[in-house]
Design a protein around this ligand. Structure first.
Ligand SMILES: [Ca+2]
Ligand SMILES: [Ca+2]
Length: 303
């Protein structure tokens, strides 16, 4: 069996690191080969991993209902796992593959999304921000409970600035994350928020956001909150806050300011229940305006 993924630059000494590296590799190359992987996964696991307690099932494109686990892993994670199993089998025998399956079951489902191409334009500007985290060169790896899904696509967005200078609020949940003209909304200067209405209260496990990534810059006072109150008056939970000097008055944030990139910022929702997600910012290191290209909210769909 042959994998289309390349592992030349992956050096590993444990199953956890192997899984992380595989998921990053999958995120890097995209998901064009998913179906082939799934087919090979089913075939491989039939042969190599026979313990009934850790039996694997491929995702929907491969009809093997007797295989339980991989069905719940989700397509993308399964593809990465398949690649890992195939690769690992050539290296350490079938037991290593089975260990990966067990590990995946314990950690949940890998959260993967599509990334826009890199498009850096213009002259870089100085970023004078303490504890600034540089732009990553690869996608984050994050696990969420089985059944977690994207809930925000096409959902209504409101804002403290309801008449944006450039673009429109619906760009934030339209699924397009490209940089450049026509893909971002620009809001007024100062502390501004955008808010997504998920229409139902649900357990939120991740918020993935892209401000403006055509230039290396950092946005100030990035704060993410969840509430069941559209006004956020009767209570809310703050799941991310990098306002290091408390200028936004929600308390000093413990998260570090970061440089925007095509990989966005992935925030742990911690299973917080709520219908509304509100995101703050207060200008950026290049100018005083606020921008969004896309926000994704992931959670368990309400029944
Ligand atoms: Ca968009
Ligand atoms: Ca601040």
């Amino acid at each position: 069996m042959k994998s289309n993924l390349q592992f030349d630059n992956i050096s590993l000494d444990g199953d956890d690191r192997l899984m992380d590296a595989l998921l990053r590799e999958h995120a890097r190359v995209g998901s064009h080969a998913d179906e082939g992987f799934l087919t090979r996964l089913a075939s491989f696991l039939d042969e190599e991993c026979e313990s009934p307690g850790i039996a694997i099932s491929p995702a929907a494109t491969v009809k093997r209902p007797s295989h339980r686990l991989a069905w719940s892993l989700g397509l993308a994670a399964t593809v990465a796992l398949a690649a890992g199993l195939i690769w690992q089998s050539q290296r350490a025998g079938p037991s290593a593959g089975c260990r990966l399956v067990q590990q995946s079951e314990r950690r949940g489902m890998a959260l993967l999304t599509d990334f826009p191409p890199e498009l850096i334009e213009g002259t870089p500007k100085a970023m004078s921000v303490p504890n600034l985290v540089n732009a990553p060169d690869q996608a984050p790896v994050f696990f969420v409970p089985q059944g977690t899904a994207l809930l925000s696509r096409g959902k209504k967005v409101t804002s403290s600035d309801d008449n944006p200078i450039i673009g429109s609020l619906d760009l934030i949940t339209d699924g397009d994350k490209q940089a450049g003209e026509g893909y971002f909304v620009e809001l007024l200067d100062g502390l501004q928020w955008v808010q997504i209405d998920l229409e139902k209260s649900t357990a939120i496990h991740a918020i993935w956001l892209w401000h403006y990534h055509s230039q290396r810059r950092a946005y100030h006072d990035v704060i993410v909150q969840i509430s069941n109150d559209p006004e956020f008056k009767t209570g809310f939970t703050t799941v991310y806050n990098n306002d290091y000097d408390n200028s936004a008055k929600f308390g000093v944030g413990r998260d570090n300011p970061y440089v925007e990139s095509r990989f966005g910022l992935l925030v742990d929702g911690k299973g917080t229940k709520g219908r509304y997600v509100r995101l703050y910012s207060n200008g950026n290191t290049s100018n005083e305006m606020n921008h969004y290209i896309e926000v994704e909210v992931y959670g368990i769909p309400s029944k």
